[in-house]
Ligand binder design. Sequence first.
Ligand SMILES: Nc1ncnc2c1ncn2[C@@H]1O[C@H](COP(=O)(O)OP(=O)(O)OP(=O)(O)O)[C@@H](O)[C@H]1O
Length: 256
Amino acid sequence: MSAAPPDNDVLWARGIVKSHHGTPALRGVSLGVQVGEVLAVTGPRGSGKSTLLGCLSALLPVDEGEVWFNSSPVHTLGRTGRARLRRDRFGFVGSQPHLVPELTARENVALPLLLAGAGNKAAYTAADEWLERLDIADTRRLRPERLVQSQRQRIAVARALAPLPPVVFADDPTAPLHREAADQVLRILSSAARSHQLTLVLATHDPELARYADRSVALADGRLTPPAAPTPAPGTGPVAVAAAGTGSSAVSATPR
Ligand SMILES: Nc1ncnc2c1ncn2[C@@H]1O[C@H](COP(=O)(O)OP(=O)(O)OP(=O)(O)O)[C@@H](O)[C@H]1O
């Protein structure tokens, strides 16, 4: 009989093992993500970040282990149950925008709302608001072919946020962006998550971008690595730190 996940964890995984056609990608990963938390999953290319997001988001079935969403088991769901969970509860941003080419920017953003049953007015108003927040309101009547990659990626971010899903998964969402646009997109993603109490799970190979998260965990070769011991800055060695007290940092690297 398995232990129940903690009440305040929106996502909880225990001992996930996952291989792709015999190639091990996750070798026993356990972690919890709290409601409203912005969690960064870092690690080098091939370390298992996308696979972990895939397992947490019900895109991929796990080979072994457990995944829970809001105290309901995900690992026991079949293909249809997982598809329904993804559609109703999760938002996604990938490293490529994957917009519908025949639709304008605002139609792309409104689409998940319309599919979920929202009326036209509500869906298009929300789409316009998110396009405005992402600084691309002027693209709203244009189709993706008329836009540059960074505009398309912001539309994908707006599309993921507009339905305000409880959890947004972002897998290397800044890959197609230059540094300034990457910073802006992550600022908006993380601040939207905080202001709307959404949980954001962000995979990135760029440790610099993990500063937008409340907490980071690092993967290496399919396992969560123990947090590195911090290197004290001059004058902040153990004695100075002890004297100053040890308040918790906004960003820790501790798998829970
Ligand atoms: N569809 C697949 N078929 C075969 N092997 C795969 C597949 N997807 C991932 N892998 C392998 O699983 C391991 C983990 O890959 P994964 O994409 O999860 O890592 P990642 O950290 O997200 O890498 P990246 O930053 O390059 O996206 C790697 O060895 C990768 O080659």
